[in-house]
Design a protein around this ligand. Structure first.
Ligand SMILES: [Zn+2]
Length: 252
């Protein structure tokens, strides 16, 4: 299984450090200084085509995350560009331009790979995948949000679970990702609605938040007519909890 966290750590641009901004503040990166020597891929160059090709071989071989390779390649491309603008000697300029072209091409290649990796996040997950993701992620959600782990059941859809007639028609109007059953104390996830990892994690965060809420107040909010789904404070809390979904990718 692909390490999803690598994809999300994707960094596509570097921002120069502003005056007074601390090193490693995370908001900047210097083009010509190596701030993090431990992570640096050594031997990368841009003085000519040969140096660039050698550098690319090193980047490809390096045991670094994809994001790191993108970063290193981008820096080489940018350094070559700056060097071109600073060089007067036409021979040297030509060599630098050749290196720039090679590094640029490599960056494009890596970007294509990034795109593919990102798309894999949206790849449809099977019921078995869903169970795997639930097993990996749910314990951490419980730890972070508090409360106790409840049973998580994966069903095809809500109407089949209820044995409703006219399943398909009903689904056109409402095909929820998940729900919490207060009576049984079970979270249901619906495979026909959920199609990717993000939706599974968000659903778990959402429904687990409901397990922490007071059932009577939850129901009263709706019964009073004061709130609907969008305005109910308990729903808002559950939706807010979903925002942290990316934090759980590292457990996959
Ligand atoms: Zn809800």
């Amino acid at each position: 299984m692909i390490k999803l966290v690598d994809i999300l750590l994707e960094a596509d641009s570097r921002t120069p450090r502003k005056k007074g901004q601390r090193k490693k503040s995370g908001k900047h990166s210097d083009l010509f200084t190596d701030e993090d020597p431990k992570g640096t891929i050594h031997g990368l160059g841009f003085k000519n085509a040969t140096a660039a090709r050698k550098g690319i071989t090193l980047v490809n071989k390096a045991k670094r995350k994809h994001a790191h390779k993108v970063q290193a390649t981008l820096v080489m491309k940018q350094r070559a560009k700056v060097a071109i603008s600073r060089t007067k000697d036409p021979e040297k300029k030509k060599d630098l331009q050749a290196a720039f072209k090679i590094w640029s091409a490599h960056l494009e290649k890596l970007k294509k790979k990034t795109k593919k990796m990102n798309e894999s996040l949206l790849v449809e997950v099977s019921k078995r995948d869903m169970q795997y993701i639930v097993n990996k992620v749910y314990p951490h959600i419980v730890k972070d949000l508090g409360g106790r782990a409840v049973k998580v059941e994966i069903h095809n859809n809500i109407y089949r679970r209820l044995g409703a007639v006219g399943e398909e028609d009903l689904m056109k109007d409402n095909n929820p990702y998940g729900e919490y059953d207060w009576d049984r104390k079970v979270i249901y996830l619906y495979a026909s609605a959920i199609s990717n990892v993000e939706q599974i994690i968000r659903s778990l965060l959402h429904e687990h938040t409901h397990t922490l809420q007071n059932r009577k107040k939850f129901q009263a909010g709706y019964d009073s007519g004061k709130y609907d789904y969008k305005t109910h404070p308990f729903e808002k809390a559950a939706t807010k909890a979903e925002m942290k979904w990316k934090n759980y990718l590292k457990y996959l």
